[in-house]
Design a protein around this ligand. Structure first.
Ligand code: DGT
Ligand code: CA
Ligand code: CA
Ligand code: ZN
Length: 582
C-alpha cells in the first residue's frame, strides 16, 4: 500500500476523536462513540506509525481497542488523509461545537440545544449569548448555569492552547529520544515556561548547539508527532505537534549557549529586569552574550548562565525563580541556600490504596515508598462521603488502622507507616468521620470533594471549621481546582492561611499535575505567613508516587525553603512534630 498523506498516529487519532465528538453531538448511540474514542487512544499509543504497520501487512485489529470498522477507516485515512464518515458529519454539525461541549457542565446534549435554540457555534458566540443573558432564559439552564458557563469558558479556551506540565514533560522526553541518535546535536535543552516549571506550557522552546543546523532541522522534521512545519529559517524552526501545540527550535553557537538559554528561559519580566541591571553597569545583554556598551563586538560572558549572572553581580538563579517575584530581593542568597529541592523530601503524607480508589494494596504502596527511599508515608484513603471511591466508614477505617498496627513491626527501621485518612469536609461543615475515629489517627488531612457551588462564606467556614478541629493536621488540595477542567471554588484564602497559622495546621501543595493545589502564588502567601506546607503526591498508584517533582516545581516557584515544608523532616522529627500537634 502506498500513501501520500504522511498522516502521523496523533493526526489519525485526532480524526477519530473528532468523529466521536461530532457523533456525540448529533446524538449517536454511546456504544459507537466509545468505540471510536478507545480506538483513537489505542492508535495514539502505538509505538510505530500506522502507515508503516499497514505497509508491513500488520493486522490493526490485533491491537486492543481497534475493531474491524476502525481498522478499515484507518486504512482509508492513511490513503486519502480523511475519513468519509467524518467529512459527511462535518457538513451537518459545526466542528467548533466540540469546544462548546467540553465546557464543564455542558456536554453534547446541552451544546446542541444551545446551537439549535440560540445559534451558538463556538466559544465566542457562547460567551456572547451568556453576556446577553439569553442562556439563562433557555429551559433547563437558568441564571446560575449561565454564570458558571461564563466562568468555565475561559478555562476551556486556555486548555485548547496550553499543555499541562506533565504532558509537556513527556513530549520533551520523546523529543530528546528522537535527537539522541542525531550526531549533529552537541547539546540540547528546553527553555521557556517548561524550564521554569509553570503549571501549563504555551509552547516548548528547544535549544540546540550544533555546527550544522540544517541537519538538526531535517531530523526535527522527521519527529513522528509533527502535524505541520510552520516556519523554517537558517537557525530557527517552528512546528505544530498533534492538536495545536507548537515547538520552537533554535540552533545556537556553543559560545552563546548560556546567553541563549537565559534569554529563552525568560520570563519576559525577569529578563527585562536583568537587562536593566546590566544597563546600569554599562553592559548590554542579548541572546548572544554580555557586552560592554563601549565594546559591543566582544562578549565578556554568556558561554554559560553562571557567567551571565556573575557579570551583573548575581548568583545563578534557578529557572523556577525567574518570575520577577523573589529573585531581585535582598534575601536572594539566603533563599537560594535553603530553596527546597526534590532530594529534601523524605516522606509523602497523602496516598490511596485499593481499599478505596487507589489501584494498589497498602503493602504494595509501602514497598514502593521504601524503594523510592521515603522514610515515612501516611495512608490516607477517602472517607465514606466519597461513595464513588468506596470511601471508608468509621469501622472500615479502624480495620485498616488495625492492619497497619499489625504490619508496623515488619517495617521497623525501613519505613514509618502512619495511620491516616483523607476525611471529607461535608456540606454542613462537619467532618465525615466521628471524632473518636479521627482522634485515633496519626495523620488527618481534610478536604472538600462536594458542595463546590456553595457561597464563598459557606465554603470558607467549612475549611475554617476543619482547620480548628483538634484531630486535623492538614487541608488537602485547598482550592479544589482541576487545571484546565474546573475552576477553584470561591473561598477566602487569606482567612484560611490565618487560621492555619493560628492552629499550627498545614496546607498542602498537591503534586498531582492535574491539581497543583495550592498553586505557586497561594503557596507563597501561605509560607510567607508562616504556615507549614506539606507537599504530597495524592498517589492512586505506585507510578503516581513519582509525581512529587511537579509539587516541587510549584514550591520552588513559590520561593519556599526547606524548613517551611513538613515532609522534609526526618521520621523522628516528624514523630516529634505530630506529638506536639495532638
Ligand atoms: P509560554 O510558552 O506561553 O508558556 O511562556 P514562555 O515564557 O515560554 O514564553 P515564550 O515561549 O513566548 O518565550 C520564551 C522566552 O523567550 C520568554 O520567556 C522570554 C523570551 N522571549 C521570547 N520572545 C521575546 C520577546 O519578544 N521579548 C523578550 N524580552 N523576550 C522574549
Ligand atoms: Ca514557551
Ligand atoms: Ca516560544
Ligand atoms: Zn486524595
Amino acid at each position: 500500500m502506498t500513501s501520500k498523506t504522511n498522516l502521523s498516529n496523533q493526526q489519525l487519532a485526532a480524526l477519530f476523536e473528532e468523529l466521536a465528538d461530532l457523533l456525540e453531538l448529533s446524538g449517536e448511540n454511546a456504544f459507537r462513540i466509545r468505540a471510536y474514542r478507545s480506538g483513537a487512544a489505542a492508535i495514539a499509543g502505538l509505538p510505530q506509525r500506522v502507515e508503516e504497520l499497514l505497509a508491513q501487512g500488520f493486522d490493526l485489529t490485533s491491537v486492543d481497542g481497534i475493531g474491524a470498522t476502525l481498522a478499515e477507516k484507518s486504512k482509508i485515512a492513511i490513503q486519502t488523509g480523511s475519513i468519509p464518515a467524518l467529512e459527511k458529519i462535518r457538513q451537518e454539525v459545526p466542528t467548533t461545537l466540540r469546544d462548546v461541549m467540553k465546557v464543564p457542565g455542558l456536554g453534547a446534549k446541552k451544546a446542541m440545544k444551545l446551537h439549535q435554540e440560540l445559534g451558538v457555534m463556538d466559544l465566542a458566540s457562547l460567551k456572547q449569548a451568556c453576556l446577553q443573558g439569553s442562556v439563562a432564559d433557555l429551559k433547563g439552564f437558568g441564571p446560575k448555569t449561565q454564570q458558571s458557563i461564563l466562568q468555565n469558558i475561559d478555562i476551556v479556551a486556555q486548555a485548547a492552547e496550553r499543555l499541562g506540565i506533565d504532558d509537556a514533560d513527556r513530549l520533551t522526553q520523546r523529543l530528546k529520544g528522537h535527537f539522541s541518535q542525531c550526531k549533529a546535536v552537541k547539546r540540547l535543552d528546553f527553555a521557556g515556561s517548561y524550564r521554569r516549571s509553570k503549571e501549563t506550557v504555551g509552547d516548548l522552546d528547544m535549544l540546540v548547539v550544533s555546527q550544522s543546523p540544517s541537519e538538526v532541522m531535517d531530523r526535527f522534521a522527521e519527529f513522528p508527532g509533527i502535524a505541520e512545519v510552520l516556519a523554517r529559517g537558517d537557525t530557527k524552526m517552528s512546528v505544530r505537534i498533534a492538536g495545536a501545540f507548537q515547538v520552537d527550535l533554535r540552533v545556537v553557537e556553543e559560545s552563546c549557549w548560556g546567553a541563549a538559554l537565559q534569554y529563552f528561559t525568560g520570563s519576559k519580566e525577569h529578563n527585562v529586569h536583568v537587562r536593566s541591571l546590566a544597563k546600569s553597569l554599562g553592559l548590554k545583554i542579548s541572546e548572544y552574550g554580555v557586552f560592554r556598551e563601549t565594546e559591543p563586538s566582544v562578549a565578556i560572558a554568556g558561554k554559560d548562565e553562571e557567567s551571565l549572572y556573575r557579570a551583573i553581580g548575581m548568583p545563578w538563579v534557578p529557572p523556577e525563580l525567574r518570575e520577577n517575584r523573589f529573585e531581585f530581593q535582598k534575601d536572594l542568597e539566603h533563599r537560594l541556600e535553603h530553596l527546597i529541592q526534590l532530594s529534601d523530601i523524605r516522606g509523602d503524607l497523602h496516598m490511596h490504596t485499593d481499599s478505596t480508589d487507589g489501584s494498589e494494596t497498602l503493602d504494595a504502596m509501602a514497598n514502593a515508598a521504601i524503594e523510592r527511599g521515603l522514610e515515612y508515608i501516611a495512608i490516607t484513603d477517602h472517607s465514606k462521603r466519597v461513595s464513588i471511591a468506596r470511601g471508608l466508614n468509621d469501622q472500615q477505617v479502624q480495620e485498616q488502622w488495625a492492619y497497619i498496627d499489625r504490619i508496623k513491626p515488619e517495617l521497623e527501621g525501613r519505613l514509618m507507616l502512619l495511620k491516616g485518612i483523607e476525611c471529607d469536609i461535608l456540606e454542613d461543615g462537619s467532618l465525615d468521620l466521628s471524632d473518636d475515629s479521627l482522634a485515633k489517627a496519626d495523620w488527618v488531612t481534610a478536604s472538600i470533594h462536594f458542595g463546590f457551588k456553595q457561597s464563598r462564606q459557606e465554603i470558607t467556614d467549612r475549611i475554617l471549621g476543619a482547620i480548628a478541629h483538634r484531630s486535623v493536621h492538614s487541608i488537602s488540595h485547598p482550592s479544589g481546582r482541576l487545571i484546565s477542567r474546573r475552576p477553584a471554588y470561591e473561598f477566602d484564602l487569606t482567612a484560611v492561611i490565618q487560621a492555619a497559622k493560628e492552629h499550627g495546621k498545614c496546607l498542602e501543595i498537591n503534586a498531582n499535575p492535574a491539581r497543583l493545589d495550592l498553586n505557586d502564588l497561594q503557596a507563597a502567601a501561605a509560607a510567607q505567613a508562616g504556615v507549614m506546607i506539606v507537599i504530597n503526591t495524592d498517589a492512586h498508584s505506585i507510578g503516581n508516587l513519582d509525581l512529587m517533582k511537579y509539587g516541587l516545581g510549584v514550591a520552588r516557584r513559590a520561593g519556599i525553603m526547606k524548613h517551611q515544608v513538613l515532609n522534609t523532616k526526618s521520621a523522628k522529627q516528624l514523630a516529634d512534630w505530630l506529638g506536639k500537634h495532638k
